[in-house]
Design a protein around this ligand. Structure first.
Ligand code: COA
Length: 166
């Protein structure tokens, strides 16, 4: 398996894999593929990585985009959507994408990353919930952050408007 930046010609495959990965996810909004497309269109895919199998096809994807804290832009990013093609899930592809993405974020000079997801999964990458960093004004064990540099911020996080795509 290899990890690389997305290329122009990957867009359709990324949409397909995102839709397929989330099709049976209980928490899916059904809009994840469109969110990735909207982020791309807005120039807000700060990092967009694909995992490819040895014979070439894309088997996974991860996006990172800037978030705001209390309405202010900074150097914090949101992880997601992250998707692995259904027949290759639970074989480490998602973990490799997340770890490589976090390394790339650190190299970009990011201060940190947030994610909305299952703490049982994201804990293994050192994400923690934090009552001082909220999403929608409410503390939630599903909203977690990872500090890469400096201190832990306080405030309410908003994702890029592309996440509101219907
Ligand atoms: C979530 C996802 C990206 C993880 O990638 P993956 O390659 O399947 O996962 P990995 O092989 O790195 O890790 C496997 C472990 O994660 C767990 N896991 C996988 N998806 C999980 C989820 N959504 N919530 C909690 N745990 C999850 C597996 O049970 C397994 O646990 P184990 O190591 O204790 O056996 C992938 O399963 C996927 O595309 N799921 C559908 C879309 C989705 O839910 N995306 C994330 C939204 S926050």
């Amino acid at each position: 398996m290899q990890i690389r930046d997305e290329r122009d010609e990957d867009a359709a495959a990324i949409s397909r894999i995102t839709a397929a990965a989330f099709a049976s996810a209980p928490h899916s909004s059904g809009t994840e593929a469109r969110i990735v497309e909207a982020l791309r269109q807005a120039g807000a895919l700060a990092i967009s990585l694909v995992a490819t199998s040895d014979d070439g096809p894309i088997v996974g994807h991860i996006a990172f985009s800037p978030v705001q804290i209390d309405g202010a832009a900074g150097r914090w990013y949101g992880l997601g959507p992250v998707s692995v093609t259904p027949d290759l899930q639970s074989q480490g592809v998602g973990s490799v994408l997340i770890c490589e993405g976090l390394v790339r974020l650190a190299a970009l000079g990011a201060d940190g990353c947030v994610v909305l997801g299952d703490p049982a999964y994201y804990r293994r990458f050192c994400f923690l919930d934090d009552r001082w960093l909220t999403y929608g004004g409410k503390p939630s064990r599903y909203f977690q952050r990872l500090v890469l540099k400096g201190g832990a911020p306080k405030g309410d996080v908003s994702f890029h408007p592309a996440f509101d795509v219907a």
